[in-house]
Design a protein around this ligand. Structure first.
Ligand code: DQA
Length: 146
């Protein structure tokens, strides 16, 4: 049994009511249901969210030990957290998978969102497909673990 960690950064706990024109109307619980319904047999989905950078890093550290694939929406940390970048590098440089996802397309938004300090150490990046970004990431995780 593989457990895929689906980690979400700050303000994503407000999905559903936060800027619905950008992020849609579905909340994190709906995302969890969607991912669980699409996960292949033998794959467990663990969706988590935190506004706390340290907690997010702790989850990435444990992914190194458990070798769990990670789907990560770093939210605003994407744009400035070198600490999170280093934690992602810990996973990917030890052979693990971290797929960076975004609900919106940050490149089509304000200039400060155009840069990701995470992408350079992530396994890959999927952005701009709404909650489907996570489904595409899940499919990539599945293919990589075949
Ligand atoms: C986001 C994009 C980020 O720029 C923003 O800070 C978020 C969400 C996205 O999923 O589109 O909180 O990561």
């Amino acid at each position: 049994m593989t457990t895929v960690l689906v980690l979400n950064g700050p303000n994503l706990g407000r999905l559903g009511s936060r800027e619905p024109d950008v992020y849609g109307n579905q909340d994190l619980a709906a995302l969890a249901l969607l991912l669980k319904s699409e996960a292949p047999i033998g794959m467990e989905i663990d969706v988590r969210q935190t506004d706390d950078e340290a907690e997010l890093m702790g989850w990435l550290h444990s992914a190194v030990d458990t070798k769990s694939p990670v789907i990560l929406n770093p939210a605003a940390f994407t744009h400035y957290s070198y600490a999170l970048r280093d934690a992602v590098a810990l996973v990917t440089k030890s052979g693990g998978t971290v797929i960076e996802v975004h609900i919106s397309n940050p490149h089509a938004r304000e200039e400060f969102r155009h840069n990701s300090v995470i992408s350079g150490v992530a396994t890959g990046v999927i952005a701009g497909f709404g909650l489907e970004s996570y489904l595409l990431a899940l499919s990539a995780v599945g293919r990589r673990s075949k």
